[in-house]
Design a binder for this molecule. Sequence first.
Ligand SMILES: Cc1ncc(COP(=O)(O)O)c(C=O)c1O
Length: 373
Amino acid sequence: MFAPRMKNIKMSGIRKMFDLARGDAIHLGLGEPDFQPPENAKNALKKAVDDGYNKYGATPGMHELRDAIVEKEKRYRKDLTRDNVVVTAGGTEALMASIFTFIGEGDEVLIPDPGFVIYEPQVRLAGGKPVRYPLFEENDFVPKIDDLKITKKTKAIIVNSPSNPTGGVMGEEDIKAFVDIAEDNNLLIFSDEVYDEIVYEGKHHSFMGKYDNLIYVNSFSKIYAMTGWRIGYVMAKEEYLKEISKMHYYTMACPPTPIQYAALEAIKGEQDYVKKNLEEYRKRRDITVDGINKIEGFRCRKPKGAFYAFPSFTFNISSEALAMKIAKAKVIVTPGTAFGPNGEKHLRLSYANSIENIKKGVEIIGKVVRDIK
Ligand SMILES: Cc1ncc(COP(=O)(O)O)c(C=O)c1O
């Protein structure tokens, strides 16, 4: 009945936990801000709908939005133009369209382990072979080139900084090392930077502007709390984007029109919203990490970015079984193995939730594990 490509494609472990959650559970499971989008963006969306902007638009997205994205991304590369941007249905479609454009039967793609849940299935669906590279707690989950298994079949590396699920952030030197090894082996880099504005120490270092064979993915989902609006973008050199645009067209036709007006307003308007949320996340991060470290058997490094803590534990139980036990106590967390085998003995806690809920959730986790010791 089903196409062979669907064989071994499983539903994401994050979604499984999400489906388990009952109404009164505390959610530390899902990677989305508890904030609402900025007011000006909500108003722009309502106005766009009322003004009749409800039709198909240009496949790569509307000019004004692509120009605004270019203006923003000139922080990393000065010579960008509108022809370097395609607006997509979130980072998800940006990655899917790009991976389908470049990856074919037998191509090996290096993906982080633990890493965001869509990389592996997207590469598989395209016919490629995902090859994991491990991230280690003792390196603050920053990837190291010595852990990359490059072969003759390697076509691309997927990198994600700040990282979901670890909160790890690559520094300038790490990026240089990845660029050098990609250059030496003629590899593409897919850089997923959807958390670029959620960095707590120092500044975000982008792959943009550092490498030519780059597919850069970003999104409005996390920074402007628009996860349900499905809008993001992919940037690359023009010849790459011409091909990516075909995949995008045959998947989406065009990005949603009224949402583009909202995204335009968000990106061009006052950015205090972004700064305010960052400070709130910082407080929540500290409370989460301090709370988890007080529970015997858990250890949690302070993540430098995104809104996830990725503690390890020493209890004699798998991460999936532990997450299930915690879910029964009505706190939803994600087992580390949802992000790859190297996530075993870890949980992912999303602290994009109120301080009150974080404190309650961490307290319940403490109680659950006291019982299993
Ligand atoms: C690392 C990473 N990349 C991409 C995405 C996709 O986000 P969206 O499709 O909402 O832009 C997510 C969402 O959780 C993510 O965590």
